[in-house]
Every structure is written in C-alpha cells, then in structure tokens.
Design a protein around this ligand. Structure first.
Ligand code: XMP
Length: 493
C-alpha cells in the first residue's frame, strides 16, 4: 500500500511538503513518549529539532536565548558589523534566563521622540554619558512616556530611580526570589564587570513562568546557552569569524544561497584548519552532488533548501532550486552515510511540514517566517489593517542587501543588484516560549501516528520501507485542509 520513499522520489518530480502525505502506521506508545532529541551538527545535541534562521528579522540575541532555553538553537545573522554580531553572541551567552530585551541607553538631557526609541524593550536606561559603559542613574518606562501630556521633556524629568542590580549569572528562580525578596518590580542584570546588560521586570518573569516547560536547554561545552552565527564567503568574513569565535560562538553557518562553490569550500577549509573545535554547517544545497562536495570539504552539518522559503523568489528569478520534500529526502539519503545531520531550511508553515521534513531525513528544521513576528524577533510591532504585525524580509530582498547580505547571493561582485527575496510583514505570534512547545506537541502526535518514537526510528522506518507515502492530487490537498465552511476560526492552542 502506498509508495516507499525511494520510488516516490525517483520519478522526475520536484515535490514540496504539501505535495506528499504519509500513510499512518501502528501506535504502541503515548505521544508524550516521543523523544525529539536530535543533533544540530555532528557534535552539537539539541533536545528539540528547531533552529531559527540567520535573518535580520528573526535571529538576534533575544531569539538565541529563547531558542536555546527551549532546547533548540538560533543562528544569529551577519547583516551587521562583525562586532555587533559578536555582541549578539556575547549577550546571549551572558544570560541564564530566556530574556535579552536589548534596552536602549539615554543621557539625562535626551528626549524620546517616538516609541521606537525604546526598541523592543519596555524600558530604557539613563546613564550620565548615554552609553552602557557608565553607571545607570535612572530608568525610563515606555508606559510613563506614553502617559505623558508633553512627551518632548528630557528623560531626566520623568525617569524612575536607578534599578537594583542582580548578577547575570542568576538563573530564573534566583532572579524571581531576588525581586520578590526586595519587593521590587524591576532589576538590572549586570555582567561580571558591573556593566548593565538588561532590565528584567516582574512582568517578564510572569510571562516566562506562564509558558509550558519543554526539554533540556541547549548548552555549549562552555555551560552557556548554545549560539550559532552566520558568516559569508568573502575574504573579510575570515575577520568576522575570528570575532565570533572570540565571543564564544558554538557553531558557524556558512551562508550562501547556492553553497556548492569554490568560495564556500575555501571558507569551510579555512574555518576547519584555524578553529578545529568549531562545528561548521555548510549550504545551502538541494542535490546529492552538491552535498557530497561540501561533505568532502569537511562540514559538520548541511543546510538544505533553495527557493522554498516564504520570502524567496530565487526559483522565479534564477530558475534554479528544488521542491523542499524532494531536496530533503535526496540530501538526507547521502548525508546519513557520512553521519552529517541535515537542516531542512525554509518552507515550514505548520507542524505537519516539520513532521514531513524530519521523517524524510532532516535532523532539524530551520524556520524564518514561522518564528518572525514573535516577541523574540527583532523589530517593533506596528498595526496594519487593525492587525499587529512585524516586518519579515528575505535576506535577498533589495532592502536587506543594502545592509550587506548581498554576499549570500554572490551579488557583491555584480554592479546591478537583482532581488531574490521580498519584504513583508507577518502577524504577531506571541512568544516562541509559548508556541514552540505546542508545535512540538503536535510534532510528537504526528510521529506517534507513524509509529516512530524518535527521529532515528522515523528515519529507519522510512529507509526500511515500512513507512509509505503518496502524492496528493490538487483535490486531495483541498480535502486535507478545512473546506466547505462559511467561516471558521483557526486556533491550534
Ligand atoms: P521560511 O519559509 O522559513 O524560509 O520563511 C526561511 C529561509 O529562506 C531562505 N531565505 C531566502 N531565500 N531569498 C531566497 O531565495 C531570500 O531573500 C531569502 N531570505 C532567506 C533562508 O534559507 C531562510 O532560512
């Protein structure tokens, strides 16, 4: 009944996740017994198979601490100066709680001109010099500024008392006990050198406490949150790499839309020989031949996907790419022979897509749009047609490329820049600390239906042809979605 994967994927069609469907198998364990633990790369274990994309509207310090605290990981983007990208890594590595709100600093005479001056934080810190290097003399709350009749006053006119300090080495319960013990609503997290890293409020603590608990947090060998970072393939990326290694990065993603290039192979070899303890992920690839070249160059992980991302126009602009289900299956079938984990990158818009990617051979999924628009993604919320949204843009969009990401598309050598991505917005999704646990529960239920209690078992059931698939016709896809209703509310949790 149904088709084994080898047959289904060898007929000359490029299938996306929605094109295929698994036939159910036999259940002899509860969904909660499904173990989602996996590997991001050869030497880095994760307890959930989720990775945040290196995109400037997805992964900075806040996403990195949230994903690591859930047992996944984020790859911080490189569309900023090397020192700023290294600061994301340092910031994430200095936390023991899933919060990095990146507050802004003001001098006493500064005036707040718009809510965006607060960035993504509800508070800003006032210091004599207006920089993080000097001692805080007060705190400004966004809510106080919003409530003021004359918002042009200097912050010194309405700042609150300077915050009490807690060491950033405190874990969640220690910070909560500190605030409760002193009856405070707010405290400053301070690093070893006394520099204020962040502000944490009782509201933040309540928000984090209300989120469902998941598996074991992802920690690097340094005992701190595991953090990855993206680099390009230009000569100057070697300097960026050095900055990142000094900041303690655990894994590097060499970020190219078509990874099978001399430039990427040279960069992989450079990283391999200069930083032997560092895991290196190469990509992107979609064919077995591409994968083989990067495996030969020494990668510890492979990122799979070309043109499948929600903001991608590569397939339309360049006529190159592959349906993501086919790409994942084909690359996984060669990478497994070398023990190289693969990351199914792009095209995830629901938990069913995650199940398909994982069963087809991926060890993790990398997500952009699924995580964008969350509390932890960079940027500020705005309103569009009555809905709260945040910006989400392709790294190959003209807007992102002007900040430096053109190298991903090898556009740095070209005079005429051509976009391979778009700029848009996505709806407010709340905190990843909340919606990722629900998503993982759905993934467990999908694996349970297939009789797979772990990812290695799912891969084995597919390889031994116990698991069977079929292609869905257009009508079958319509039937598989909600249909025939005048209206409905799509609520998953
Ligand atoms: P999702 O579907 O999760 O995809 O939003 C995220 C992935 O898309 C890739 N990416 C791009 N691909 N043009 C492209 O062709 C772009 O502008 C672009 N920006 C990101 C990337 O692999 C990311 O992880």
């Amino acid at each position: 009944d149904g088709f084994p994967a080898t047959r289904l994927f060898s007929q000359g069609f490029s299938y996306t996740y929605d094109d295929v469907i698994f036939l159910p198998h036999y259940i002899d364990f509860p969904a909660d017994a499904v173990d989602l633990s996996t590997r991001l790369s050869r030497n880095l274990p994760l307890s959930i198979p989720c990775v945040a994309s290196p995109m400037d509207t997805v992964s900075e310090a806040s996403m990195a601490v949230a994903m690591a605290s859930l047992g996944g990981a984020a790859i911080v983007h490189g569309n900023v100066s090397p020192s700023r990208q290294a600061a994301f890594v340092r910031s994430a590595k200095s936390r023991h709680i899933p919060l990095a709100s990146d507050p802004n600093f003001f001098a006493p005479a500064d005036a707040v001109t718009s809510a965006s001056d607060f960035g993504s934080s509800s508070f800003a810190i006032v210091t004599e010099s207006g920089s993080s290097k000097s001692k805080p003399i007060g705190v400004v709350a966004r809510s106080d500024w919003e409530a003021m009749a004359d918002r042009s006053s200097p912050v010194s006119a309405y700042m609150r008392r300077p915050p009490a300090y807690v060491p950033s080495s405190y874990d969640f319960e220690q910070v909560a006990a500190f605030l409760a013990g002193k009856g405070l609503e707010l405290a400053a997290l301070a690093g070893d050198d006394g520099e204020v890293l962040d502000l944490i409020s009782t509201e933040d603590l309540e928000r984090i406490r209300a989120c469902p608990k998941l598996g074991v947090p992802s920690l690097g060998p340094d005992g701190k949150f595991l953090v990855g970072a993206a680099i390009g393939t230009r000569e100057e990326d070697k300097g960026r790499l050095e900055h990142l290694v000094k900041a303690g990065v655990n894994v590097i993603v060499v970020d190219s839309s078509q990874g099978n290039s001399k430039y990427q192979i040279d960069m992989i070899k450079h990283a391999r020989s200069n930083y032997p303890g560092l895991d290196i992920i190469g990509g992107n690839v979609v064919t077995m031949a591409q994968a083989q070249n990067l495996i030969k160059a020494g990668v510890d992980g492979l990122r799979v996907g070309m043109g499948s991302g929600s903001i991608c126009t590569t397939q339309e602009v360049c006529a190159v790419g592959r349906g993501q289900a086919t790409a994942v299956y084909k690359v996984a079938s060669i990478a497994k022979d070398y023990g190289v984990p693969i990351i199914a990158d792009g095209g995830i818009s629901n938990s069913g897509h995650i199940v398909k990617a994982l069963v087809l051979g991926a060890s993790t999924v990398m997500m952009g749009s699924f995580l964008a628009g969350s509390y932890e993604s960079p940027g500020v919320y705005e309103y569009q047609g009555g809905r709260r949204v945040k910006k989400y843009r392709g790294m190959g969009s003209l807007e992102a490329m002007t900040k430096g990401s053109d190298a991903r598309y090898l556009g740095d050598t070209l005079k005429l820049k051509v976009a391979q991505g778009v700029v848009g917005t996505v709806a407010d999704k709340g905190s990843v600390l909340k919606f990722i646990p629900y998503t993982m529960q759905a993934v467990k239920q999908g694996l349970q239906d297939l009789g797979a209690s772990s990812l290695p078992m799912a891969h084995d059931l597919l390889r031994t042809e116990v698991l069977r698939l079929e292609v869905r016709t257009g009508a079958a896809q319509v039937e598989g979605g909600v249909h025939g209703l005048v209206s409905y509310e799509k609520k998953i949790f």
